[in-house]
Ligand binder design. Sequence first.
Ligand SMILES: [Zn+2]
Length: 281
Amino acid sequence: MGESAAPILTIKNLNKQFGSGCDQCGSRAGRKLDKNYCPACGTVYSCQDISLELYPGEVLGIVGESGSGKSTLMRCIYFDQEVTSGEAYLQAYKEGRSNLFEESAQQKRFIRNHLMGKVYQNPVMGLRMQFTSIGNIAEKMIAAGNRNVGAMEARGRELLDRVYIPVYRMKEAPKNFSGGMQQRVQIAKALSNNPPILLLDEVTTGLDLSVQANVLDLIKHLQRELNISILLVSHDLSVIRMLADRTMVMLNGQVVEQGLTDQILEDPQHAYTQQLVHSLL
Ligand SMILES: [Zn+2]
């Protein structure tokens, strides 16, 4: 990652709230929240003024406990959820000059299909469990405008091979696979249109430790091979430590600390980060 390189993805002042707010929480300045919600009206402020930059070939980790807003942030970036306010720019889209959140539904679909891939914690969110594995990959390629069956099959075989799914099982449905294999099919599907950015949301949570290690190894390997940029969300600092160049720490909808992962691990500044780091030892 060169210092002078332009970010591939820029997020500015992203806000996501659930509820319409009240006199006591309407403006950010005087807002008094209990964790991330307003005790007066119950509005939840899941993401508060989140800004970030993701650079070419970089892995940016976002760590935080459940309710920190990290997964909501990912859902907003992938348009699974609408933001309350904020801006997002992709270098590969209109030369980074158009706020993605203001684009039409059709353009958002284009961006999702061509420029981003997402892997969900729950494979049911990312896969059609009854389709064949290669059919899942073809589905994403068709959504991006591919029509050549032979080319899609060749690409599907190549991708399944890359994630170590034996080609003789390509016609099997993910519902017959183990949790680790399902995540690997999701990764293959997310990569199918060669997106410059991969979004990974708690992708190894719930897997056995040995399986977790295999999936993380695979991600690391693919990242290096493809030089893809990754936004990685996890509650587990050991996952972040293994993969992320830089790390953002989220708590109650806010970024409380960010920096190079090594620095954060060696010298955590915020009390919450200190607690996370100490729990690793
Ligand atoms: Zn309120």
